[in-house]
Design a protein around this ligand. Structure first.
Ligand code: FAD
Length: 270
């Protein structure tokens, strides 16, 4: 969900300012890729029950360890993967990777997200190359719904964006002697971005295997996590639960004492 930013002060004409700027009130996530399992004809598995390709890939890898493709215990894929989690055999889950396009999140959120290293790959919008005079912003969840706080926050955001635009223009003039215009723009934008707030909206592609997603979601959907990344983690959890239910079936979403959603899980850091 987005809102238009209102109340730009007409005393400051800003030629490149896009109005209205969008205010994100929640993240936007899109699945970019999911596993496509190709079963080898010489090692067929006796599959039982419903499953997605990501789940089958993990089951196939797990069964290879004991050459149990015949499925002697007659387990459904979901029962089999539940047992994998119970046994802490988490490396099997590393075969299934999911890529997600993450938009409508702040730079402070991605600063926290990219701390998750093992099993992760990231590609993020560059503030050195991209013109942030048309940037959008993400309102912190704690501010949403309080008119006075929203107004105070908007005023600061607008002022920061105006400063950014002015700085870029002045830096372009200051470095007019730099012949390469792309390089000159980069010099201007990389310096001017210093005045942009943590709330500046960014976009990032994140790819991780299921084991890595689980570890990140455990930490970031818990009550101790910062509110925006916690909200993001719950959105990601729901998305991945639809993609590979068996991999996330032990996560339970509940309403915490602070009246916000959080999640806890059955099998810690497998
Ligand atoms: C509520 C909360 C508050 C936080 N506050 C702060 C803060 O104030 N300041 C701050 O700097 N950070 C903070 N962090 C970030 C935190 O310290 C971690 O950087 C982040 O959660 C990523 O966790 P990780 O290292 O386990 O993840 P990953 O890098 O994804 O690693 C996953 C797991 O792999 C193993 N692993 C990864 N790398 C290594 C390695 N080099 N050696 C051995 N084992 C490894 C570990 O078991 C690790 O848990 C906070 C995190 C949370 C959830």
């Amino acid at each position: 969900m987005c809102r238009a930013l209102s109340g730009v002060d007409s005393r400051f004409p800003i030629p490149h300012f896009r109005f209205p700027t969008l205010i994100y009130l929640e993240p936007r996530l899109s699945i970019l890729s999911r596993p496509a399992f190709a079963e080898p004809s010489h090692l067929p598995v006796n599959w039982i029950g419903e499953s997605t390709d990501g789940e089958r890939l993990a089951e196939f890898a797990g069964r290879l360890c004991y050459m149990s493709q015949r499925n002697p215990a007659s387990r459904t894929t979901r029962e089999y993967l539940e047992n994998i989690k119970r046994q802490g055999h988490g490396s099997v889950l590393e075969h299934a990777n999911y890529s997600v396009l993450i938009e409508g999140v702040s730079r402070s959120l991605t600063h926290e997200l990219v701390r998750h290293r093992a099993g992760w790959a990231y590609s993020q919008l560059s503030q050195r190359y991209v013109d942030e005079s048309v940037a959008d912003f993400v309102m912190p969840p704690a501010i949403i719904g309080d008119d006075a706080l929203e107004t105070a926050w908007r005023t600061q955001v607008e002022s920061a964006q105006r400063s950014y635009v002015t700085l870029v223009e002045e830096l372009m003039q200051r470095y007019a002697w730099v012949a390469d215009k792309v390089h000159r723009r980069k010099m201007a934008r990389e310096a001017a971005r210093a005045v942009l707030p943590n709330a500046t909206e960014t976009k990032i592609v994140a790819t991780a295997n299921i084991r890595a997603w689980r570890t990140m979601l455990e930490l970031r959907s818990s009550e101790g996590a910062e509110m925006e990344i916690r909200r993001f983690a719950l959105t990601a959890l729901r998305l991945l639960q639809a993609e590979a239910p068996a991999m996330f079936s032990d996560f339970e979403i509940y309403t915490a004492e602070d009246r916000r959603e959080a999640a806890r899980l059955g099998f810690h850091k497998i």
